[in-house]
Every structure is written in C-alpha cells, then in structure tokens.
Design a protein around this ligand. Structure first.
Ligand code: C2E
Ligand code: CA
Ligand code: CA
Ligand code: CA
Length: 275
C-alpha cells in the first residue's frame, strides 16, 4: 500500500535518481557541443625524459555543470559507458582534438582515450578515419589509448579494428598498465607502440621497497618488444629523476603540467621552444 514507500531503501533510491539526473544533464551538455554549457577538451602534455621536449598531448574531456561545477570524468564516463552516450562523447572529443592538434608543431602527437564500449559500435575505424580526413591531421600523429578491457574477451572484432588503424599509421598505447587482472597476456595479443605506466606505480617509486623494481621490469619488457613507456601522474622532481634513471621514455603529470585548454597549450609550446 501507500505506506510501504517508506520502506524502500532511501539511499539507493536517491542514488538512482541522482544518476538519472546526471544522465539527463549529460545529454544536454552533449547536445550543446562546444557551446556554452557543453563539454570541453583539455590537453595534458607529455615530456620526453631524454631531451626534455614535449612529445605529445593527451586529450581529456571536461564537463562544467551549470550547478555542480566541474564533474570529474571518473564520475560521468562510467554513466556515459552504461548508457551508450560515450559513443557520441568519444566522437566529439576525437573530432575536436584532431582539429586542435592540426595546428600544433608537427612533432607533437595527439593522444585520445577510447572506451571499450566504442569498439562495439562497428563504426569506430570509419569515424577515426573521418576525423583525420576532416582535420587534415596525419594518421601518424594520432595515438589511441586503450585499456586491456578492450581485449578482455579475446575480442576478434576489436583486434581487427586495432590492426586496421595501425595499418594506416595510427599508434596504439596500452593505458593504465598494471592495474587490471592479467596485463602480461595482453601485451602478447597486440603489438602496442607504447605502455602507459599507471600513476599508482609512480606514486611510491621513491619509497624504499616501493615500485621502482616493478617500473624497471616494465621498462625492460617494453624495450624488448620495441615499445616506449610513459609514466603517468609524475608530481615530484625525485620521481622524475628516478624514472629517467630507470630508462622510462616519457612522463606526464602535474610536475610538468596539468591538463589545460587548447589556447594554453599553444602558449606552452611557444614558451617551451624558446627556452
Ligand atoms: P586516464 O586516461 O588515466 O587519465 C589520466 C588522469 O590523471 C586524468 O584525470 C589526469 O588529469 C590525471 N592526472 C594527470 N597528471 C596527474 C598528476 O600528476 N597527479 C594526479 N593525481 N592526477 C593526474 P581526468 O582528466 O580526471 O580523467 C580521468 C579518467 O577519465 C581518465 O584516466 C580516462 O580514463 C577517463 N577519460 C578522460 N577523458 C576521456 C575521454 O575523452 N574519453 C574516455 N573514454 N575516457 C576519458
Ligand atoms: Ca589515458
Ligand atoms: Ca592512464
Ligand atoms: Ca589511470
């Protein structure tokens, strides 16, 4: 009867409503495109550890909610993946980022995150080729960051897409390395160009009995298979120094720069070049 409403778990109910609300707001933000109240793309630069040159930038989506302020991608990407909205978001981020990157110095690569869900749509390769053609960005300057979840079910369709993209010159990086279940077996399934070493290993690399030996092992493994390595989440000089000693190729993190809007990146490129 009416009174039983009181016995529903109020917390669960509130969470479901909150999620629906956020989903609706996200749909609205997507419809806005790059206009006021829409999504934005920020870029975080990657620094070569040998020569201190900027080697590339990673596109990271940003959402400024009209009432809540910045909503973290860690909160809205999972909702977008559950609802399929990630397909639209991913396509928009890709198109926007390729267009921005086309005006960068031509030795600076663009890295874009691709969700496992996007591999299920069947049109991913075509969409990527279209974004490259429209923006005039050479395929060799685009790098896709995927997680092992893409290859988790021995997915032949996903593998075919990766091979197809690689054949036209797009680079493929394995993101968040070391955080999943059986990472080593995934290295065997596809010839990745790069391994991104997750922030959790960088975090305690300087601690005695920390992760330095693990990072060393990953760097050696990568070198043996002709892959480069990028360390994520580098925040201190000491971490940078250790990573350099261990032979890691590149680093990314707040120590060098957080993610920033496209115009700020252009300023950073100019500044960095004139040093
Ligand atoms: P990710 O791909 O591992 O991206 C790295 C995250 O670490 C970013 O968080 C970045 O801002 C943050 N970060 C960078 N340097 C540092 C540092 O020195 N210290 C700390 N504490 N954090 C650092 P962000 O932008 O909040 O993104 C979170 C995750 O959301 C990303 O993790 C990625 O999985 C996902 N994501 C972001 N943008 C996109 C997108 O366009 N498409 C897809 N599919 N996923 C995205
Ligand atoms: Ca990434
Ligand atoms: Ca990552
Ligand atoms: Ca990560």
């Amino acid at each position: 009867g009416r009174h039983t409403y009181r016995f529903f778990e109020p917390d669960m109910d509130a969470k479901v409503r909150e999620r629906r609300q956020l989903e609706g707001d996200l749909r609205h933000a997507i419809a806005q495109g790059g206009r006021e109240g829409g999504l934005e793309v920020y870029y975080q630069p990657c620094l070569g550890l040998k020569d201190d040159r900027i080697t590339g930038c990673e596109a990271l989506v940003r959402w400024r909610h009209p009432e809540r302020g910045w909503v973290s991608p860690a909160d809205f990407i999972p909702i977008a993946e559950d609802t399929g909205l990630i397909n639209e978001i991913g396509e928009w981020v890709l198109a926007t980022a390729c267009r921005d990157a086309a005006s960068w110095p031509d030795d600076i690569r663009l890295a874009v995150n691709v969700s496992p869900v996007q591999f299920k749509s069947g049109t991913l390769a075509l969409k990527i080729m279209a974004a490259l053609a429209t923006s005039n960005l050479p395929a060799s300057r685009l790098e896709l960051e995927i997680t092992e979840a893409v290859l988790i079910r021995d997915d032949d369709a996903a593998l075919a897409i990766l091979h197809q993209l690689r054949a036209i010159g797009v680079r493929i990086a394995l993101d968040d390395f070391g955080t999943g279940y059986s990472s080593l077996s995934y290295l065997h399934r596809f010839p990745f160009d790069k391994i991104k070493i997750d922030r959790c290993f960088v975090e305690d690399i300087a601690r005695p009995d920390g992760s330095a030996s693990i990072v060393q092992a990953v760097v050696n493994l990568a070198a043996a298979r002709r892959m480069t390595t990028t360390a994520e989440g580098v925040e201190t000089e000491e971490q940078q120094r250790l990573l350099r000693t261990l032979g890691c190729s590149e680093m990314q993190g707040y120590l060098f720069s957080a993610a920033k809007p496209a115009d700020k990146m252009l300023e950073l490129f100019a500044l960095h070049r004139s040093r």
